[in-house]
Design a binder for this molecule. Structure first.
Ligand code: NAD
Ligand code: DAU
Length: 353
C-alpha cells in the first residue's frame, strides 16, 4: 500500500491546467501531484515557477499520443486518479489543421484510459478518471435556451468534434469496462496565463502594442465567460465529491456579445494605460468571419450548484480587471510566449487568411 495517493494531472503547464495544479499542490499536501505535459506551444513551465519546488509536486515531460510512454509512467507511478486537461484547445488552429486535434484529443485520451485500466486491474476502489471537456460539444444555441447536461451533442468545429469524440469514448469506457469516470463541460475561461491566441489575451496584447483588434464577422456572437480560478474550484469540488459516471456543466452565468466585451476591455485598458484621449476602440476592425462560427454558448450550471454548492465567486468586471493587471505586470511572459512559432501562426491566420 502506497503512503500517498498519486494524482496525475495532464496538461498542467497550460492555461487552466496550471491553475488546477497549483490549487491541488497547495491544498493537498498529503497527495502527490504529477503534472504530465508535452510542452507544446501552449505549455509553459514558467506558469508554475512558484510551486515547482514543493515536495508533493513533480513534472513529467511526456506526450499523451506516445502510448508506450504513457503506459510506462502508469507502471512506474501507479496513479490513483487522473484529471485530464491536456488537449489541443484552439478552434482557429483546428480549422487550419484538424489532424493533430484527432491525435491529441482522441487518441491521447484513449491511451490514458487504456493505461489506467491496465494499472487499476479492475480494482476501481478510490480510482477516478476525470475528463475535462467543453461546452462546444453541444454546438450552437439560438437567441434563447441553455446547454444542459442532457443537451444533444452537435459539434461544429474540428476542435469541438474531437472533444465530443473523446467525451463519447470516456462514457463508453465507463459502460464497457466500468471505468470510474466523470466528465465536466465548461464555458469560456479567461484569466492570467492564457495563451494570447484566445480572444481576451490576444486583444490585451494587441492593445498594448496598438495593433488592430480583429473582431470576427459582426461581433454579435455570444460567449459565457468564467474566471479560470472559479473553474479550478469547480474541478476540485467535482474531483472530491462528484458522482461517478456522470457529467457536470460549468458556466459563468455571464453572457457577453463579443463586441460588448471588447468595448469593455478597451475601456479598462484605456484607464490602466492612461490612454483615454484616444481610446483603444479605434483599433477595432471587423474582419472575415470564422468558418462554422458558433453563434451563442450559455450554460445552465444549476446541477453543480445544487449537488455540490458551486457558484462563480468572481464578478466579470473584477475578473477582467485582475486579468488585465496580470498581463500588464507580466509583459515579459507575454513577449516570450508570443515570439517564434506564434508570429508564424499569427501571420498565417490573420494576415494571409
Ligand atoms: P491550453 O491550450 O492552454 O493547454 C493545453 C496543455 O496541454 C498545454 O500545456 C500543452 O502543452 C498540453 N498538451 C497539448 N498536447 C499534448 C500532448 N499531446 N501530450 C501532453 N500534453 C499536451 O488549454 P486550456 O485552455 O488550458 O484547456 C485545458 C483543457 O480544458 C482542454 O481539454 C480544453 O478542451 C478544456 N477547456 C478549455 C476551456 C477554455 O476556455 N480554455 C473551456 C472549457 C474546457
Ligand atoms: O466554450 C469553451 C471554449 O472556449 C473552449 O473549449 C476552447 O478551448 C476555448 O478556446 C474557447 O473557444 P472560443 O472559440 O469560444 O474562444 P476564442 O477566444 O477563440 O473566441 C471567443 C470568441 O471571440 C469567438 O466568438 C470568436 C471571437 N474571436 C476570437 C478571436 C481569437 C474574434 O472575434 N476575434 C479573434 O481574433
Amino acid at each position: 500500500m502506497k503512503e500517498q495517493q498519486n494524482i496525475l494531472i495532464t496538461g498542467g503547464a497550460g492555461f487552466i491546467g496550471s491553475h488546477v495544479v497549483r490549487l491541488f499542490v497547495e491544498k493537498y499536501p498529503h497527495l502527490h501531484i504529477f503534472n504530465l505535459d508535452a510542452l507544446t506551444y501552449a505549455g509553459n513551465l514558467e506558469n508554475l515557477k512558484d510551486i515547482e519546488a514543493k515536495p508533493n509536486y513533480n513534472f513529467l515531460k511526456a506526450d499523451i499520443t506516445d502510448r508506450s510512454a504513457v503506459f510506462k509512467l502508469f507502471k512506474e507511478y501507479e496513479f490513483d486518479s487522473v484529471v485530464h486537461l491536456a488537449a489541443e484547445s484552439h478552434v482557429d488552429r483546428s480549422i487550419k489543421d484538424p489532424s493533430v486535434f484527432v491525435k491529441t484529443n482522441i487518441t491521447g485520451t484513449l491511451n490514458l484510459m487504456d493505461a489506467a485500466l491496465k494499472c487499476w486491474e479492475k480494482d476501481f476502489k478510490n480510482k477516478l478518471f476525470y475528463h475535462i471537456s467543453t461546452d462546444e460539444v453541444y454546438g450552437s444555441l439560438g437567441a434563447k435556451g441553455l446547454f444542459r447536461e442532457n443537451s444533444p451533442y452537435k459539434p461544429n468545429s474540428p476542435y469541438a468534434a474531437s472533444k465530443a469524440a473523446s467525451d463519447h469514448f470516456v462514457r463508453a469506457y465507463g459502460e464497457t469496462y466500468n471505468l470510474p469516470y466523470i466528465i465536466s463541460n465548461c464555458s469560456n475561461n479567461y484569466g492570467p496565463n492564457q495563451f494570447p491566441e484566445k480572444l481576451i489575451p490576444l486583444f490585451i496584447n494587441n492593445i498594448i502594442q496598438q495593433k488592430p483588434l480583429p473582431v470576427y464577422g459582426n461581433g454579435n456572437y455570444t460567449r459565457d465567460w468564467l474566471f479560470v480560478l472559479d473553474h479550478a474550484r469547480a474541478i476540485d469540488l467535482i474531483f472530491q465529491k462528484g458522482k461517478l459516471k456522470s457529467t457536470y456543466n460549468i458556466g459563468g452565468f455571464n453572457e457577453w456579445k463579443n463586441i460588448d466585451l471588447v468595448k469593455l476591455l478597451c475601456k479598462i485598458m484605456d484607464k490602466k494605460l492612461n490612454r483615454s484621449a484616444v481610446s483603444a476602440e479605434k483599433l477595432i476592425e471587423f474582419v472575415k468571419d470564422r468558418p462554422g462560427h458558433d453563434k451563442r454558448y450559455a450554460i445552465d450550471a444549476s446541477k453543480i450548484n445544487k449537488e455540490l454548492g458551486w457558484q462563480p465567486s468572481v464578478s466579470f468586471k473584477e475578473g477582467l480587471e485582475q486579468t488585465v493587471a496580470w498581463y500588464l505586470s507580466n509583459k515579459e511572459w507575454l513577449e516570450r510566449v508570443s515570439s517564434g512559432d506564434y508570429r508564424e501562426y499569427y501571420k498565417r491566420w490573420y494576415v494571409e487568411n
